[in-house]
Ligand binder design. Structure first.
Ligand SMILES: NC(=O)c1ccc[n+]([C@@H]2O[C@H](COP(=O)([O-])OP(=O)(O)OC[C@H]3O[C@@H](n4cnc5c(N)ncnc54)[C@H](OP(=O)(O)O)[C@@H]3O)[C@@H](O)[C@H]2O)c1
Length: 206
């Protein structure tokens, strides 16, 4: 095991999209990036890309829906460090957009497994390593779609996107984050809600 003064971060679902971009930016800042990916091949390709740019990156096979996979991820991270400064629960499943009348519990469950139980599974497993850090932080990547205010605002396109699974999973994640923050004040919990940049076809709200 090697420990250092470098800030360390675990990012779930970091083989592409926002997770990959966060990994790239934090790697550039000299952080040790534990790049989570449920698919080892896709994760290896992403990690190699960042390593080629000079990042200190370790591929961590991590499927947030599997207790076994998450336990393996913790074991691997422990081989490199005895503390974890930051955990970013980024992995997310959009699910299919199914009208509420047609949605089944099975479909909703699959989305919750990634977006709700996933962050709980991962946060719970990494708590001992987080608690060993001086200023531990957990970031939950949520969505404006999980906000009651946004979803009930007729000006917001998401108010007309009729589905159950994704928005309710992110609303649950928001509450879970608040409850963690209240119960574990020694760890800073943050909710991040990414937004697409405004374009000419979608001007910013006035
Ligand atoms: N992009 C946006 O505009 C936006 C807006 C609001 C919120 N968000 C949230 O931001 C986060 C990232 O979104 P994104 O746009 O970057 O999505 P993305 O490009 O689809 O990437 C999602 C990542 O999550 C991974 N993932 C899915 N299920 C997983 C599982 N069971 N275990 C581990 N990893 C899993 C995917 O892995 P695979 O490659 O193997 O599928 C992928 O790496 C999500 O939580 C999303 O809800 C995004």
């Amino acid at each position: 095991m090697t420990d250092s003064e470098q800030t360390s971060v675990v990012i779930t679902g970091a083989n592409k999209g926002l997770g990959f971009e966060a990994a790239r930016r934090l790697g550039k800042q000299g952080w040790t990036v534990f790049l989570g990916s449920r698919d080892e091949g896709r994760g290896r390709a992403a990690a190699d890309k960042l390593a080629a740019g000079g990042a200190d990156v370790v591929l961590v096979p991590l499927d947030v829906t599997s207790d076994e996979s998450v336990a393996g991820a913790v074991r691997l991270v422990r081989e490199h460090t005895d503390r974890l400064d930051v955990l970013i629960n980024n992995a997310g499943a959009p699910g299919n957009i199914v009208a509420p009348a047609d949605a089944t519990a099975e479909e909703v469950h699959a989305v919750y497994d990634t977006n709700v139980y996933g962050p709980i599974r991962v946060t719970h497993a990494f708590l001992p390593l987080l608690r060993a850090a001086r200023h531990p932080r957990v970031v939950m990547v949520s969505s404006g779609g999980g906000s009651f205010a946004v979803v009930t605002d007729p000006q917001q396109p998401v108010s007309k996107m009729h589905e159950l699974a994704y928005s309710s999973s992110k609303a649950a994640l928001n509450m879970i984050t608040i409850r963690y923050a209240q119960a574990l004040p020694e760890i800073k919990f943050n909710i991040a809600t990414p937004e697409r940049s405004p374009t000419a076809s979608s001007p910013p709200p006035t």
